[in-house]
Design a protein around this ligand. Structure first.
Ligand SMILES: O=C(O)[C@@H](O)[C@H](O)[C@H](O)C(=O)CO
Length: 494
């Protein structure tokens, strides 16, 4: 039996000295006659596989003195999924709170697991949008691999999800489903007509009259002649507001139904189907939310969660911006509507919304889906600011030089001029940038440009040194996530 594994079993791993830099004792796993242990070597993380049996035989790796050293490859992950089902993603349904913990780097999930383990909420560790994949140059295979190996590393057996996030195109939906994603977030923003919001009442009336009479009378009968009855929700339709909402959302509702019928109903496995109408210029009124939800139920579309565009601003990486009293009033109705139609309210751009987390936990009775992603990237940047000031300064300057380019991907109201010039900040003060909203958003939305930046010789401008710094500071990064994501959970009442 491998001496290292014996040392782990005996709790004496620290006495073990070899080329192994770190042993992940929580990863020690027995599958029949095969024993697995994850370690980090100078060549990165590897699996030590000892014993015999099918898993030993199937894992690809070099055998030395009867022991196998298996790389953390995609192929080995698929094999591990077969023998250890908890390392594959699962759907969760509507009866448990869930948190999207998107990991753009592929190294945050261990810290996320350490944070969420034992709490009344489950992690969607493998959450990335197609936008994030494009900006980081990763694939959905990479995203699933990283999450599964983190689950193995941490010995986490409570289950995790995989969310194909903000999917707009059928080929992306097919890609995510083919790989076994267990949650689909359908982004309907391109089917929502945002031009209506800026039209006059007369223009709206004229455009509405162009709709088929049967469609108009059906909506009018259902929402003007019948008063919606949703306990806890304040809903009042006017003829003008109904015309506007029909014009804004009717095509999107048809899109939702079409995707549901083509991809969700036909599946032989459970998938959490989320409707995202949050990334639009038009805030979702409670009346509009009810209309969309009621139409979906009427068409037999069953959803896991709905992400409305709340009043105010849910911008990237910073707290809520807006009238919290109005947010609370509307949140009460949104949450009541979700309960009425038996799905969860989903909070997108959920990172750092500390001022409204208690309200969200309260009005959803702790049953919500909240999505985060960029905030753990900023925790990684914080580590770099602490331990590698030279790299941080280079990244910060590059972000300043390319910020406008990044605003094409994310809506932010960052005031670049308010960010303290690097020349005025000492190395010791660099981490303070992560406490300032404008600097947070600067680094937040430029993540893709920074990670994919190349030098003239084709080498990576920042990424290699960035990832090496984070590898060297693995425990510091995990501690930062436990603190920061832990604060999210605490304020959400978890
Ligand atoms: O950046 C993205 O594309 C995603 O992280 C997206 O913003 C996600 O849906 C989210 O809301 C994370 O906070």
């Amino acid at each position: 039996m491998n001496a290292l594994i014996e040392a782990v079993r005996a709790g004496k791993v620290n006495e073990f000295s070899s080329e192994v830099i770190k042993v992940y004792a929580s990863s020690l796993t027995q599958v029949g006659d095969t024993t697995l242990l994850m370690v980090r070597t100078t060549e990165g993380k590897k699996l030590i596989v000892v014993g015999s049996g099918e898993l030993f035989d199937q894992l690809q790796g070099e055998v030395v003195d009867g022991e196998k050293v298996a790389p953390l490859t995609h192929e080995n992950r698929l094999i591990i999924n077969q023998f250890l089902p908890h390392t594959a993603p699962q759907a969760f349904g509507t009866q448990v709170a869930t948190m999207g913990l998107g990991d753009r780097l592929g190294i945050a999930s261990p810290g996320h697991i350490q944070t969420i383990r034992g709490k009344d909420i489950r992690p969607v560790l493998a959450q990335q949008s197609i936008r994030e994949l494009a900006l980081t140059g990763r694939t959905y295979e990479d995203v699933l691999d990283a999450a599964a190996y983190a689950v193995l590393q941490e010995g986490y057996t409570d289950g995790y999800g995989a969310d194909g996030d903000h999917l707009k195109k059928e080929e992306d939906i097919e890609y995510a489903l083919r790989l076994g994603f267990t949650m689909l977030t359908l982004d309907c923003s391109e089917n929502i007509d945002n031009t209506i919001e800026s039209m006059s009442e007369a223009e709206i009336a004229a455009k509405y009259e162009q709709l088929p009479a049967s469609l108009r009378s059906r909506y009018e009968e259902r929402y003007l002649q019948t008063a919606p009855n949703v306990p806890g929700a304040t809903l009042a339709y006017t003829a003008e507001a109904l015309k506007k909402d029909v014009l804004i959302y009717d095509a999107a509702i048809n899109f939702m139904e079409a995707i549901y019928r083509k991809y969700i109903v036909t599946l032989d496995r459970a998938v959490d189907f989320e409707i995202s109408i949050d990334e639009t210029a038009t805030p979702t009124s409670p009346e509009a939310h009810y209309l969309v939800a009621n139409e979906l139920r009427d068409r037999g579309v069953v959803i896991f969660s709905m992400a409305p565009r709340f009043c105010g601003e849910f911008q990237k990486g910073i707290d809520y911006i807006g009238d919290i009293a109005q947010f609370e009033r509307e949140l009460a109705s949104h949450a009541a509507i979700a309960v009425h139609f038996e799905y969860k309210l989903s909070i997108h751009s959920g990172s750092d919304k500390f001022s409204v987390f208690p309200l969200i936990g309260q009005y959803t009775n702790g049953l919500f889906h909240i999505k985060t992603a960029g905030t753990n990237w900023l925790e990684a940047v914080r580590v770099v600011a602490k331990v590698n000031p030279t790299l941080y300064r280079r990244m910060h300057q590059y972000a300043l030089d390319h910020f406008v380019e990044a605003t094409a991907y994310y809506h932010v109201t960052t005031d670049i001029s308010a960010i303290a010039p690097l020349s005025n900040v000492t190395d010791a003060q660099l981490p303070d940038y992560m406490e300032e909203n404008n600097a947070r958003q600067l680094l937040h939305i430029t993540y893709g440009l920074l990670l994919q930046a190349k030098n003239e010789d084709g080498s990576r401008t920042f990424a290699d040194e960035f990832f090496q710094t984070l590898a060297d500071q693995e425990d510091t990064f995990a501690e930062g996530l436990r603190h920061h994501i832990g604060r999210h959970l605490e304020l959400l009442g978890k």
